[in-house]
Design a protein around this ligand. Structure first.
Ligand SMILES: C[S@@+](CC[C@H](N)C(=O)[O-])C[C@H]1O[C@@H](n2cnc3c(N)ncnc32)[C@H](O)[C@@H]1O
Length: 348
């Protein structure tokens, strides 16, 4: 379902000044549908919630505002987010437990906390990247800010996963075209893949965000792409999305997270998922409607494998339609424009 925005929001967005855009950086990340999320988690003393995507902690902070006695386990694979979580834990030493790792590493981390399957009251997945990742050039996610082509959510030196620059230096042309087509839904996937490989033949390797975005712009020519708010979208937007999904193994991680929700939530436990594009939402829907099979995408299985046979979970979706942000929220926080919230309760 495409979100259609009112003319009012579109025209107000056009008038956002640069200073307003910069002001958006002041809170490191603005949480999406934060009140609704806290409300639907039905927080109360004695409950334990896992915030699977802590980021800058906007949702977790709201949970403590609503119910200071709730216990929150905060996971994130990004060491920067983990540091934020540790700082917040200093204010809530008995109630907040920060964990550094990926969804696929959660079983081991929960084991260390003596949390067993079927014992959690709520889980929140706020998918995608944080503004801290997107807005800082040195992380390599941003088309408009120059930086090294990294795009790993964990860019610490100890992470052995390849950066986008490393992938582009070695990937086969067909494989790259497939990645851009499937993960970016990029119409010019073949042409762009060809250009990357031809550049390599000439000894030119994509090392920075600027080099890649310029190459894509050259291949795509003058391109009048627009986003869902009818704002100009850079021709490399989809290419960046595809490569980010690839290097972070995002779709398999989401598939895995959904399996974890069915395993670790208790009966009656709530799962809240915020998705930002159709590939994410498709995986979530498949689980909630019971069409679960193996892994999500044509990338390798997670390192810590979960027994795929176990969950025979039934979900009750609390709303017939996905929840989308209000026009006012989209105006205040344009990043929320493509958000969809699904709320489900574990029935069995
Ligand atoms: C949209 S942000 C979350 C923002 C957060 N809700 C807030 O209010 O600040 C998504 C976060 O999820 C993390 N993340 C994404 N995929 C992950 C995964 N597979 N395992 C752990 N963390 C992940 C990212 O590093 C990022 O910090």
């Amino acid at each position: 379902m495409l979100r259609t925005c009112s003319r009012r929001v579109i025209s107000r967005l056009f008038s956002i000044s640069q200073s307003a855009a910069l002001a958006e950086e002041t809170p490191p990340h603005v949480p999406v549908m934060v009140d609704l999320v806290a409300e639907h988690l039905q927080l109360s003393e004695g409950k334990t919630i896992v915030d699977m995507t802590f980021g800058a902690g906007g949702h977790t902070k709201k949970m403590f505002e609503v119910c200071p006695e709730v216990k929150v386990i905060a996971l994130d694979r990004d060491p920067v987010a983990f540091e934020y979580a540790q700082n917040l834990a200093a204010d809530h030493p008995l109630n907040l437990t920060p964990l550094l790792g990926k969804f696929s590493e959660l079983p081991i981390l929960l084991n260390g906390l003596d949390i067993s399957p079927g014992s959690l009251d709520g889980m929140l997945l706020d998918l995608g990247c944080s503004s801290m990742q997107m807005n800082h050039g040195h992380r390599g996610f941003s088309i408009s800010r120059e930086g090294p082509l990294d795009m790993r959510m964990d860019s610490s030196p100890k992470n052995p996963d390849p950066t986008v620059a490393e992938v582009l230096a070695h990937i086969e042309e067909d494989e790259l075209a497939k990645t851009l087509k499937i993960y970016g839904e990029e119409r010019q996937a073949k042409k762009i893949a060809r250009a990357v490989v031809e550049a390599r033949y000439a000894g030119i390797y994509m090392r920075t965000t600027k080099e890649l975005s310029e190459l894509v712009a050259e291949v795509c020519g003058i391109d009048h792409r627009q986003d869902k708010l009818q704002r100009h979208a850079h021709s490399a937007t989809k290419v960046f999305q595809a490569l980010r999904i690839l290097v972070n193994n995002e779709l398999n991680e989401i598939n895995y997270a959904m399996l974890l929700a069915s395993r670790y939530l208790k009966k009656g436990g709530r799962l809240l998922v915020l998705t930002f594009h159709s590939l994410e939402d498709k995986i979530v829907k498949r689980h909630l409607f019971g069409h679960v099979s193996g892994f999500a995408a044509n990338v390798e299985a997670p390192k810590y494998s979960l027994d795929m046979q176990e969950p025979n979970t039934c979900w009750h979706q609390l709303h017939k339609h996905v929840i989308i942000p209000s026009d006012d929220e989209v105006y205040e926080n344009p990043r929320s424009r493509s958000a969809k919230l699904r709320v489900a309760e574990k029935v069995k």
